[in-house]
Design a protein around this ligand. Structure first.
Ligand code: ADP
Ligand code: AMP
Length: 224
């Protein structure tokens, strides 16, 4: 079957992680979420975590050279050789160029950039109610996708926490950074015929259904 090499885009809180969790199961895709990788590095207090922490706490992006190194390691490790789903990367024009050049060099190409669109006010509502589990980062929302027990993950029983950068003030900063540095990539992928848009304000199941249908079509096209 044809490989799917995908990037998931959209503002913080659009539902990228929520959708990725389901797509990874459905399409058996290796999944790399730069935010998850960085948060794990911060917990481990590795060199990467120490470098990234202050930027993340402020709602800023970590510098391109640091994050590109992380993604290139994954692309070269063999883990991504049968396709990939990148979540949260690329986030700047420099990162998008680096990814494109890296794929060209390896004679691979992106299948699509999946953009989940959500308005800013909805982002703030979503992130203030977001809870993630401490062990595996499973995602919930107190109102829109509540766990059975408000303090524990339905899937692995670990404690549910609020991310430090989900405080309203940091969320506003992250949105500003998104509009300023990441949104221009919509044009980058549109110009290359790779952009696919999804209405992220629809219920989770609808968004999932639309993305699944698009991926099934892309896979068929790739096999022709
Ligand atoms: P991202 O990975 O894009 O930052 P998440 O997947 O973590 O976003 O989702 C942000 C919050 O919004 C979570 O609390 C999640 O449960 C909730 N959420 C995700 N998709 C939807 C949806 N379609 N409708 C309502 N809430 C959603
Ligand atoms: P996320 O979990 O995707 O919301 O990312 C959380 C934080 O990690 C961001 O606010 C950034 O500080 C950092 N981060 C994640 N991905 C990237 C990236 N591609 N480039 C720069 N910083 C990133």
């Amino acid at each position: 079957m044809a490989d799917l090499n995908l990037v998931l885009m959209g503002p913080p809180g659009a539902g990228k992680g929520t959708q990725a969790e389901r797509l990874v199961d459905d399409f058996d895709l290796p999944y790399f979420a730069t935010g998850d990788i960085l948060r794990a590095a911060v917990v481990e207090e590795s060199d990467l975590g120490k470098e990234a922490k202050s930027y993340m706490d402020e709602g800023d992006l970590v510098p391109d050279d640091i994050i590109c190194r992380v993604i290139m390691e994954r692309l070269d490790s063999g883990e991504a050789q049968d396709g990939f789903l990148l979540d949260g990367f690329p986030r700047t024009a420099g990162q998008a160029e680096t990814l494109q050049q890296a794929l060209d060099k390896r004679s691979r190409r992106l299948t699509a950039a999946l953009l989940i669109e959500v308005e800013d006010d909805e982002v703030v509502r979503r992130l203030s109610g977001r809870r993630i589990c401490k062990k595996n980062g499973h995602v919930y929302h107190l109102e829109f996708d509540p766990p059975k027990n408000p303090d524990a993950c339905d899937q692995d029983g670990s404690r549910l926490i609020q991310r430090d950068d989900d405080k309203e003030e940091t969320v506003r900063k992250r949105l500003e950074v998104y509009h300023d540095q990441t949104e221009p990539l919509v044009g980058f992928y549109e110009d290359r015929g790779l952009l696919r848009r999804f209405d992220g304000e629809r219920p989770q199941d609808d968004v999932n259904g639309h993305i699944r249908a698009t991926l099934a079509t892309l896979r068929l096209e790739a096999e022709l």
